[in-house]
Design a protein around this ligand. Structure first.
Ligand SMILES: Cc1ncc(COP(=O)(O)O)c(C=O)c1O
Length: 400
């Protein structure tokens, strides 16, 4: 097979690469300029650039921990989400309090969340998976009532907004990921946002403790960006897809991740890529709309959080099959047609090997999150997906 649509990503052109390199070697202050642009875009006061979203989350947790009573040592997070969220909480020394996820919305199961004893809870993390914004009104009122901090995990939702408030700015602090396959990608990176001056001053202290970037990181990032821009093309994506050592799309739990600043080259790359974020996001919305309208009349498939009047910027379009077998058949059939769909996270956070030592509460049930693990697959929505691909995806899923 010589044409394979990647599961996620955003094109990077040769002219953009040359612009990034020129910026890197000119004397402009890309880092500060980019941070200023992000502050304006998200209407937030402080913006800090880091080497990953998980470092941003770790930095936020460390700051909140310093600002609080030491008895507040639990962080509430969903049982179905990216493993890096759990890795950052584990690394912070705080305990993970898992709450079941609702398969219909991919948000918290609020009945379960409302039953939590918040005495030891420091913060709640709201994860906007696939670009679907969760119910921030509910989460804000719980956080206010229980007097806990709120963290906006906007790793997958840059450019979205909730009731006109930009994603990333909805908590006491929030963050974006600039990792592979994200709305704005420079292969790896994170953006931390907050309006809270106390959090910001603790963060500035933390920035002094972690590693600065270096030339080795920049060279690696440059090569990765060039490799990514070339092999993300559907005509070539089958090549990296056949290289298991690249670990494309694999989800691992690693609490010993490297925390550091975002390299200068990646700051330049982020500045260049940011200029067309809204255009790329508009293509995602259109592709998701076309895919959903083709699939929603088939009662074997459901789209979590679907609202016909409001299309979020789906980073990928999540679809729930009726069961694991049908999901696996769908992913395999799509692959045969040249489309990489992803079954996403391989387990709930509770099932990660060795996670027990980081958990607060070992006996909770996660039926909703388990159902999502078994039944969910995600369709590509990026700009390399063309109308012919959309028809092929819909026909393939209907024919199964
Ligand atoms: C929901 C969510 N939160 C946090 C992260 C962590 O971001 P990063 O990979 O940049 O560390 C990710 C990354 O995939 C994510 O999807």
């Amino acid at each position: 097979m010589f044409r394979l649509i990647p599961p996620a990503g955003a094109p990077i052109s040769v002219s953009e690469i040359s612009k990034i390199l020129r910026k890197r070697f000119s004397s402009d202050r890309s880092g500060e300029i980019f941070a200023e642009k992000i502050k304006e875009y998200t209407k937030t006061k402080h913006c800090i650039l880091l080497n990953s979203g998980r470092t941003a989350l770790l930095a936020i947790l460390k700051a909140l921990n310093k600002m609080s009573d030491f008895k507040k040592n639990e962080v509430v997070m969903p049982a179905y989400t990216c493993f890096s969220v759990a890795a950052a909480v584990a690394r912070s020394g705080l305990k993970i309090r898992l709450i079941d996820s609702d398969p219909d919305t991919l948000d918290y199961d609020y009945e379960r969340l409302n039953r939590v004893d918040f005495t030891a809870v420091l913060a709640i993390i709201g994860c906007n998976l696939f670009g679907i914004l969760i119910d921030w009104n509910k989460l804000m009122s719980i956080a206010r009532e229980k007097k806990v901090y709120l963290i906006d995990d906007a790793a997958q939702s840059m450019g979205s907004s909730f009731q006109r408030r930009p994603s990333g700015s909805l908590g006491d602090a929030g963050f974006f990921s600039l990792g592979r396959g994200k709305n704005l990608s420079v292969i790896s990176g994170g953006i931390l946002l907050t309006d809270n001056d106390d959090v910001a001053s603790h963060l500035n202290e933390y920035m002094k403790e972690i590693n600065e970037s270096n030339y080795f990181i920049e060279i690696k990032a440059t090569l990765n960006i060039i490799f990514y821009s070339l092999f993300l093309k559907p005509r070539l994506y089958w090549i990296p897809d056949k290289m298991p050592f690249l670990k494309l799309g694999q989800t691992v739990f690693d609490e010993n991740f490297k925390a550091g600043h975002l390299s200068t080259l990646q700051r330049c790359a982020a500045t260049v890529m940011f200029s067309r974020l809204d255009k790329v996001n508009a293509a995602r919305v259109e592709n998701a709309r076309a895919l959903s309208s083709g699939l929603l009349n088939d009662d074997r498939y459901r789209i979590p959080g679907h609202d016909p009047n409001k299309y979020p910027i789906y980073l990928r379009l999540p679809v729930l099959a009726r069961n694991k077998l049908e999901r696996d058949l769908a992913v395999a059939a799509l692959k045969r047609k040249g489309i990489s769909a992803s079954a996403m996270y391989p387990s709930t956070i509770r099932q990660i090997e060795g996670i027990e030592k980081y958990l607060a509460g070992l006996n909770d049930r996660f039926d909703g999150a388990n159902a999502v693990v078994d039944r969910l697959f995600a369709l590509p929505t990026h700009p390399y997906v063309k109308p012919g691909d959309i028809d092929r995806i819909i026909n393939c899923l209907k024919e199964i």
